[in-house]
Design a protein around this ligand. Structure first.
Ligand SMILES: Nc1nc2c(ncn2[C@@H]2O[C@H](COP(=O)(O)OP(=O)(O)OP(=O)(O)O)[C@@H](O)[C@H]2O)c(=O)[nH]1
Ligand SMILES: [K+]
Ligand SMILES: [Mg+2]
Length: 431
């Protein structure tokens, strides 16, 4: 299927104690042999001198030989555990190129693993997510997907659907016989049940997608409400400029937070007010746009001023009302969580509230983690509705075949070329 032999640095770039270089493809054995001498036993680490064609020693390295099919890609493959210096890496890369290997494209190792049936598309996506995971919950979700949680579910749906189709086709086949024949009814009721099963998982899809993407929380309020001060307290560093001058913040300032395992982008925004000043006006426009896109807004009202109409207009189910500067007096708005960045009062309670809010929106690992999954399964569920409602046996069978195609798109068994590029473009080189 693939004729070239590829190589790439599988570990991080830059000077390091070790660097792991990975090789995969039909020429791996020959290349490893000319670089390091006689091949070591499969999957056993051996210490070797690596030499180029002139016999010059490039490094002393640990090498591991993975003959096909027992490798990550399913092809003949090898790993070189080198000393992580730039001259070692360039020397070995030059030697590999001279021996006929070429640098890998991003995600090419995993793409080959997919093509050789080592993993399905959802497992490949899980690996990309695992590499990108920043929090413990993201890691758990990615590990489950890489370990085949969605692949197994999708294989189960596919098997159920194939069985329904077989019943339906049998019903068509034996329609003229005198045999009692409820197979067609079974296919229709089974389609309905399978559709309901898929829809139950679809209902949970937003959580998995949100955990993968992370939540966006925006801080909003009038100028001097204490937005930047709050961002700095939650970030535990001076990320944004704080000053007594109203209209200090103009650009959106973003920091990353880990709220109980849910990754969050917290955004500080320009104070909301009517302004003739062009730059501040643009800041207000951006603040409102961010509020629109945010999963959650923190609406801030300072104790020393009356609530402003701009911030009041934002209140709703996805806002947390916060009374700031509680050291200056009682809240001016009811139902608010009172905080003071000056004394630290209410900050721990706010952190708890935010962690709970994050957990309801993205907490717990989800089975479906990408819009691609949702699209394929929505399509499958719609075809199952058609199968359940169709009168003509041929139409039931046709709808079930379409369901199989939609499910195949999820695992990557049909329409492969069109989805491969979308999935593997997110990968890093060496994976
Ligand atoms: N007394 C008191 N002052 C505070 C508190 N939090 C912030 N301030 C002060 O309020 C002023 C404005 O704070 P910022 O954090 O810059 O307010 P902001 O909402 O970001 O303001 P803009 O960016 O201009 O919209 C600063 O002088 C802060 O020191 C607080 O809890 N108590
Ligand atoms: K300010
Ligand atoms: Mg500010």
């Amino acid at each position: 299927m693939t004729t070239s032999t590829i190589f790439a640095l599988a570990s991080g770039a830059g000077r390091a104690a070790l660097a792991v270089l990975r090789i995969s493809g039909v020429d791996s054995a020959r290349i490893l042999h000319s670089l390091a001498g006689k091949l070591p036993p499969p999957r056993r680490a051996s210490l070797r001198y690596l030499r180029d064609a002139t016999g010059e020693v490039l490094d002393q390295a640990i090498i591991v030989w993975f003959p096909a099919p027992g490798s990550y890609t399913g092809e003949d493959a090898a790993e070189l555990h080198l000393h992580g210096g730039p001259a070692v890496l360039s020397g070995v890369a030059d030697a590999l190129t001279a021996l006929g290997a070429r640098p890998a494209e991003p995600g090419e190792f995993t793409r080959r693993a997919f093509l050789h049936g080592r993993l399905d598309l959802t497992e490949a996506e899980g690996i990309a997510d695992l590499i990108a995971a920043e929090t413990s919950q993201q890691r758990r979700q990615a590990l489950a997907q890489a370990g085949g949680a969605l692949a197994r579910r999708s294989a189960d749906w596919t098997a159920q659907c194939a069985r329904l189709l077989a019943h339906q086709e049998a019903a068509i086949e034996f329609a003229d016989d005198d045999l009692p024949n409820d197979l067609g009814d079974r296919a229709r009721t089974g389609s309905k049940a399978l559709g309901a099963e898929i829809r139950a998982d679809l209902a949970e899809a937003p959580r998995g997608e949100r955990l993968r993407d992370g939540l966006v929380i925006a801080i909003l309020g009038a100028p001097n409400a204490g937005k930047s001060s709050l961002l700095n307290v939650l970030a535990e560093r001076e990320a944004a400029i704080v000053s007594p001058i109203a209209g200090t913040t103009r650009d959106i300032v973003e920091i990353r937070l880990d709220l109980g395992g849910v990754p969050v982008t917290l955004c500080d925004t320009a104070g909301l007010r009517e302004t003739a000043e062009a730059i501040e006006g643009e800041g207000v426009r951006r603040a409102l746009a961010r509020a629109e896109r945010a999963d959650l807004c923190l609406a801030l009202f300072a104790a020393d001023v009356e609530p402003d109409p701009w911030t009041l207009a934002l209140l709703g189910p996805d806002t947390v009302t916060i009374a700031t500067k509680s050291d200056l007096g009682p809240p001016t708005i009811s139902g608010a969580l009172a905080i003071s960045t000056r004394t630290g009062a209410g900050i721990a309670a706010l952190r708890d509230t935010l962690t709970r809010a994050a957990a309801t929106r993205a907490g717990g690992e989800g089975l479906l983690t990408r819009p691609r999954h949702r699209a394929a399964l929505n399509e499958a569920a719609e075809w199952l509705d058609q199968a359940a409602g169709a009168r003509h046996p041929e139409l039931v069978a046709e709808a079930l075949r379409a369901t199989l195609r939609s499910l195949g798109r999820l695992s990557g068994r049909v329409d492969v070329e069109s989805i491969l590029d979308i999935v593997f473009k997110d990968f890093c080189i060496g994976k």
